[in-house]
Design a protein around this ligand. Structure first.
Ligand code: PEP
Ligand code: MG
Length: 587
């Protein structure tokens, strides 16, 4: 039952663009799960019933995956693949069967308890990544549950252009629905990096996620506006508002089309200086998308995403297989493997708690503290190097001694592989500049590495002592702060002086307002999320580097982030204002 009259709600912008249309609802909120005990004689039949439901659910998801295989979005099939693995996972299947046997309880209740138990540590881990993995477990559990209760997976028919409003979408639901007439998407839960957001972006469907209370506020058939730029969802808008939103939607579509048409334009600034737009990835499957987009390389592969949520680290051979696939998919483009950046906001499920995780045993420190674990990864990366072009990069290095220890381990691994007669490559070695001490010591460090890549997300966090995950502190965490700019400048000068490679892979490289400054400070290799690449390339093409250099010099002399921003807006508003506005940025 909804309220009447216009209602505006806010959520997290998950996929750019604006959509208008009547609402279709998909409410999959959890109903009560049947619970009863069974006789010992019924145990094997009950286990059989659970196995049959798992099999039916598996077949259904497989069919959706196969239907995607022929489409341009086969990469999304890999997310479904991960869900299919859970159908075979002994943690889920065997544990639920054991529960039926030991507890003499019905299959629905055994499944529910098992899913809740698997989700708990993921939910408690605190980071958005794990909450999303918990949501994956929940989706698989619910899918099987629907087969157990005979509900199946009935979805609302969508045959006219509509806005889909749902509690959350399982990957299978999302894949099916988003290929129908859905023009916009709103979910009550979820985050900007969840699979729903990912698919919506891949299909270019405007989406807002995490809109609390949205299901109770609207009825099917009522009109709605989804603004994937601002994160606003308007239910029952007035007709004039609908008209304005429709023209904004058309304008944004034309804007995106324009960017796409410029895909083959050369990557040079307005005064002819080359720059490079590389891509960041978290999952191996994304490499195919990067290659398809013809990006020159992967500037940051966050390998730790392989490890998160698993009880055991992937073995050296498993890592070698995965990394080699990524390298060969990208060849002749290069892949920069960042060694595991675990700890901090990315804790594996079983990690020991740490009183101050951001300053604790994380990233390279954790790897050096466990040389066997580190060695397996380094060997796997060196072996993968034989499949094409790869580089090795260490996260969160704060001292030269750490770098030397890490390099020595790489040397040892290379000698071992050589002695064993295993195919491998000696790779360029670089480090991330993401701690002030590394930027301050950049000259010294530059003498002992082949490249630097600046991680501005952490560099801002550690320079300004601002927790990067705390939304309340977001205004403080500005990459435009002069303190940050000075460290960026020191880093760029040190790289230039030592003639080593330099890139930026933190979020500042995809901020269309900061970009002229980034270029002006000397950063020409920008590694950004794939979805940001068209815009980043367009912004950089419109920047005159000479002007950007002058602005950088001026920015290094001012006192506050606000003044730096004002310089950027005044200096580049004429060339870039249109792009900024289309991105929903306020000036
Ligand atoms: C960074 O810190 O800017 C970075 C690129 O690494 P991550 O975001 O994975 O910490
Ligand atoms: Mg970092």
């Amino acid at each position: 039952m909804s309220v009447s009259g216009r209602v505006a709600l806010r959520g997290i912008p998950a996929s750019h663009g604006v959509a208008v249309g009547p609402v279709v609802m998909l409410d999959r909120s959890r109903g009560p799960v049947p619970r009863h005990t069974i006789e010992p004689a019924q145990v094997s039949a009950e286990i059989e019933r659970l196995r049959a439901a798992i099999e039916a659910s598996r077949q259904e998801i497989e069919a959706v995956r196969d239907s995607l295989a022929e489409s341009a979005h086969s990469d999304y099939g890999l997310i479904l693949e991960a869900h299919l693995l859970m159908h075979r996972d002994e943690l889920l299947v065997d544990a639920a069967c054991r529960r039926i046997q030991r507890g003499k309880i019905n299959a629905e209740w055994a499944l529910r308890r098992t899913v809740d138990e698997l989700k708990l540590p993921l939910e408690q881990a605190g980071s958005g990544y794990f909450r999303e993995r918990a949501a994956d477990v929940e989706h698989v559990g619910q899918h099987i549950q629907r087969h157990l209760t005979g509900e199946g997976s009935v979805l609302p028919p969508v045959d006219a252009p509509s806005i889909l409003i749902a509690t959350d979408l399982s990957p299978a639901d999302a894949a099916r629905l988003l290929r129908s007439e859905i023009r916009g998407l709103v979910t009550a839960t979820g985050g900007a990096t969840g699979h729903t957001a990912l698919l919506a972006r891949a299909l270019e469907i405007p989406a807002v996620v995490g809109v609390r209370g949205v299901l109770a506020a609207v009825d099917a058939g009522e009109p709605a506006i989804v603004d994937g730029l601002s994160g606003e969802v308007v239910l029952r808008p007035d007709p004039a508002e609908v008209g304005r939103a429709a023209s904004r939607a058309a304008r944004h579509m034309a804007f995106v089309r324009g960017l796409r048409e410029r895909h083959d334009s050369p990557d040079v600034t307005a005064d002819g200086v080359p720059f490079e737009g590389w891509a960041n990835i978290e999952l191996p499957a994304e490499a195919a998308l990067v290659a398809h987009d013809e990006a020159p390389g992967i500037g940051l592969y966050r390998t730790e995403f392989l490890y998160l949520g698993r009880e055991q680290a992937p073995s050296e051979d498993e890592q070698t297989r995965i990394y080699s696939d990524v390298v060969s998919v990208m060849a002749p483009g290069a892949v920069v493997f960042r060694t595991f950046d675990l700890g901090g906001d990315k804790l594996p499920a079983h990690a020991a708690p740490c009183a101050n995780p951001a300053l604790g045993l994380r990233a390279i420190r954790l790897s050096l503290a466990d040389p066997d674990f580190f060695r397996e990864q380094v060997r796997a990366i060196l072996r993968a190097g034989a499949a094409g072009s790869a580089k090795l990069m260490f996260p969160l290095v704060s001292t030269l001694s750490e770098l030397r220890q890490a390099r020595a381990l790489v040397e040892r691994c290379a000698s071992e592989l050589e002695a064993e007669g295993v195919a491998f490559s000696r790779l360029p070695v670089g480090l991330m500049i993401e701690v002030p001490s590394a930027a301050l010591m950049a000259q010294t460090l530059a003498a002992e590495v082949d490249f630097f890549s600046v991680g501005t997300n952490d560099l801002v966090q550690y320079t300004l002592a601002v927790d990067r995950g705390d939304a309340r502190l977001a205004p403080l965490a500005s990459s435009l702060d002069p303190a940050v700019l000075r460290l960026l400048d020191m880093t760029a000068r040190a790289a230039e002086g030592a003639s080593i490679g330099l890139s930026m892979c933190g979020d500042m490289a995809s901020d269309p307002i900061a970009l002229p400054l980034v270029l002006g400070l000397g950063y020409r290799r920008l590694s950004v999320p794939l979805s940001s690449r068209p815009l980043v390339r367009e912004v950089a093409r419109r920047v005159r580097l000479e002007q950007a250099r002058e602005l950088a010099t001026e920015a290094l002399g001012v006192a506050t982030a606000e003044e730096v921003r004002a310089l950027l807006v005044a200096g580049f508003g004429a060339q870039l204002g249109e792009l900024w506005r289309e991105e929903g940025l306020e000036m």
